[in-house]
Ligand binder design. Structure first.
Ligand code: 13P
Length: 250
């Protein structure tokens, strides 16, 4: 982690927690993380819990991000949510391009448009990328990440840096309990930074690691020079373990 880049720890709840459950969680988390120090903290509830989370966290330093956003401002897109709708819940940002969304059909072209639209609307964007086990075993991780980042940043400009974070999440480490080694996380996050530097100031870009991050492994992962924080799934579902990961980022 570089001293120049403020770390970010974000918890992706995926399809967990109703509005009332989110409210209860957020009240507990806010008590544990009343002062995150030099660390940015965010939770990423399901759409239906954004408003409850944002209102429970109002006045706390903890931000609220959605888990996806549609590329269009409005229209005939049944089941989708626009940037303006997310902002109106009181939320501040959105994940875009999570591998679980890509597996459900979100395309590279959509992801690039979503990044543009969300930044234009004023959302913080956490763009996700990462390779499968077969891609890694074939020795194609660098080529894969290069293609994903170039594609997702197609419509991004240098001035967007304050609204963009990239999370490297190897698919083989998500929800498996198998974490990338600190060396693997460092190597991949450095690749992400280098490729993103074709478009924006890579030295100012925050690059997160995600994939089976826990209170036990977070400090070592985030001590790598190109790892500026964590995108946490399972370990973000209880306030205590998530607060411990935030503490590890300090
Ligand atoms: P886990 O931490 O459960 O492996 O999930 C990682 C992830 O997908 C966060 O977006």
């Amino acid at each position: 982690m570089s001293a120049a880049r403020r770390p970010l720890v974000a918890g992706n709840w995926k399809m967990h927690k109703t509005g009332p459950e989110a409210r209860e969680f957020c009240v507990s988390l806010a008590a544990l993380v009343s002062d995150a120090g030099p660390v940015d903290v965010a939770v990423c509830p399901p759409y239906t819990a954004l408003e409850a989370s944002a209102s429970a966290l109002a006045g706390s330093p903890i931000a609220v991000y959605a888990q996806n956003v549609h590329e269009n401002e409005k229209g005939a897109h049944t089941g989708d949510i626009s940037s303006a709708m997310i902002l109106a819940t009181g939320a501040d940002g959105a994940l875009i391009g999570h591998s679980e969304r890509r597996a459900e059909g979100d395309t590279d072209a959509q992801i690039a448009l979503r990044v543009r639209n969300a930044i234009d609307a004023g959302l913080m964007v956490v763009l996700c990328c990462g390779e499968s086990l077969s891609t890694r075993q074939a020795g194609e991780t660098e080529a894969w990440l290069t293609r994903q980042i170039r594609s997702a940043l197609e419509h991004v400009q240098a001035g967007d840096i304050a609204h963009l974070v990239i999370a490297y999440e190897p698919i083989w480490a998500i929800g498996t309990g198998e974490t990338a080694s600190p060396e693997q996380a460092q190597e991949a996050c450095a690749i992400v930074r280098r490729v993103a530097s074709e478009t924006i100031d890579g030295e100012a870009l925050r690059v997160l690691y995600g994939g089976s991050v826990s209170a036990a492994n977070a400090a070592e992962l985030m001590s790598q020079p190109d790892v500026d924080g964590a995108l946490v799934g399972g370990a973000s579902l209880e306030p205590g373990p998530f607060a411990a990961i935030v503490a590890a980022a300090r």
